[in-house]
Design a protein around this ligand. Sequence first.
Ligand SMILES: Nc1ncnc2c1ncn2[C@@H]1O[C@H](COP(=O)(O)OP(=O)(O)OP(=O)(O)O)[C@@H](O)[C@H]1O
Ligand SMILES: O=P(O)(O)OC[C@H]1O[C@](O)(CO)[C@@H](O)[C@@H]1O
Ligand SMILES: [Mg+2]
Length: 327
Amino acid sequence: MGKIKRIGVLTSGGDAPGMNAAIRAVVRSAIFYGCEAYGIYGGYQGLINGDIKRLRSQDVSNIIQRGGTILKSARSTEFRTEEGRAKAAAKLAEHKIDALVVIGGDGSFSGARLLIQEHDIPVVGIPGTIDNDLYGTDSTIGYDTAVNTAVEAVDKIKDTASAHNRLFFVEVMGRDAGFIALRVAIATGAEAVLVPEIDTDITDLEHFLEKDYDPKQSSGIVIVAEGDKAGGAYNVAQKVGEAHPEYDIRVSVLGHMQRGGSPSAFDRVLASQLGVAAVDALMDDQKSIMVGIMNKEIVHVPFNKTIKNSKGLNPELLNLVKILSNR
Ligand SMILES: Nc1ncnc2c1ncn2[C@@H]1O[C@H](COP(=O)(O)OP(=O)(O)OP(=O)(O)O)[C@@H](O)[C@H]1O
Ligand SMILES: O=P(O)(O)OC[C@H]1O[C@](O)(CO)[C@@H](O)[C@@H]1O
Ligand SMILES: [Mg+2]
């Protein structure tokens, strides 16, 4: 302990509500341990460009409740190259930053791992993505807020669906993962959920809807993850509509509203815990790990593990949608 004096922090990939709470926790715990904290603006691209500024305690005041990220986020093509990462390492050396906290998703951690391998810089990752698609943590920062945002929107859609006996296909985010879709489907009492992890059989879905949705006297909601193999809500709606012209179908794509907004209390607390845990881990000479939460306990997961493994959807929750939509 004591080797690390200057800690850099950046946010990378898609932003997620609660990232600001995590930045605050990293900065304040770094200062608590007698270190200096540096904000890197614009993810890995900002690091390559040297967009770096010292952050003091007051710089992270009044941000715990704000969505987005004060450090901005980016997807950097240059950082994917060895030359790009060498430039990034040189900037860290120039600012005498001896450790990094990366708040982001699986891609951001893949980049971090290469930076560690090639330049021997300690990096600890904090899982920040609304998709919740990271192995080794029960929840990622932003997931709970995104689910709550989508649930609020679907509740509103249900009011109008019910008024007109309509069948709605609501698309939620999740390019490769169905965690948001599944939780939203359960929380809104949807008739069905379509997720990228499971191949969608449209005929099966139609049979299910025939049983569940009577256009003369009921309404229905199908939650579709954007990455569903059947092609998203518009495509699924079109196929079902062709087979059932008597259905009154509408589509609603919730989109990026799910990434914004004030973080839920759950995400603020999680981000605060993980921010402190990340700095604790660096003080403890850890490098190349993600901090996560499993069964309410803080865990350290090697980047190797979280990158190579994928987190599966809970089959019991999938089954729940089927059992509970049964009329
Ligand atoms: N294999 C890789 N090698 C080097 N850098 C990478 C690699 N994968 C991703 N990165 C870097 O990390 C950045 C963020 O990755 P990505 O766009 O996959 O988002 P993410 O961190 O997975 O978050 P989310 O999926 O929530 O948007 C990329 O723009 C790139 O700079
Ligand atoms: O519009 P962008 O920034 O490319 O990100 C879209 C993607 O980001 C995610 O929300 C993850 O942050 C995915 O579910 C979605 O497909
Ligand atoms: Mg990702």
